[in-house]
Design a protein around this ligand. Sequence first.
Ligand code: ZN
Length: 200
Amino acid sequence: MDAIVQQHSGWIEVVCGSMFSGKTEELIRRVRRAQIARQKIALFKPAIDTRYSESEIVSHDAQKLPSRVVKDANEIISLSLEAQVVAIDEAQFYKKNLVKVCKTLANMGKRVIIAGLDTDYRGEPFHPIPELLAIAEYITKTHAICVVCGNPANFTQRKTKSSNQVVIGTSDIYEARCRNCYELPLDPAKKGRQKEKKKK
Ligand code: ZN
């Protein structure tokens, strides 16, 4: 998206993929280039993601940029009035109002860069990323490498048995898998029924 020069118009870019696919690295790369161009930048991340740092966006490969922790996406607008570029990491942890916030920012003439997980540990769409993909001008899908076979990986395999959609962790809890190697976790609500079926 770096080559694009749009005058007097904002737009939305989404970088999405599984865990360990380099989303945050790509977000940081884009922000660094905007810094070189001396653009005013505002960076945000949700309060829920404090795996590496409370005040910085940090990628798995330890690159970092200072960021603000914001609980509710609505706060982002008033904190971005001066910014030409607004970057939001781990966007899947925000509620659906993030979609309206991104629209508003882009309509104000800002470049909005979103990074986030597009699917959860069950391989299901992780809202509000699908809604953001629909309204974005530009989409980049990043891929990890399957730890089992080395193929490009699009799935996030959870290594623990929790069935909450949000469980914060890194390589201690998750690994990247391709479609062939990914194993769908058992749905705990259906476990009883699945066992009953086996008995018959
Ligand atoms: Zn594989």
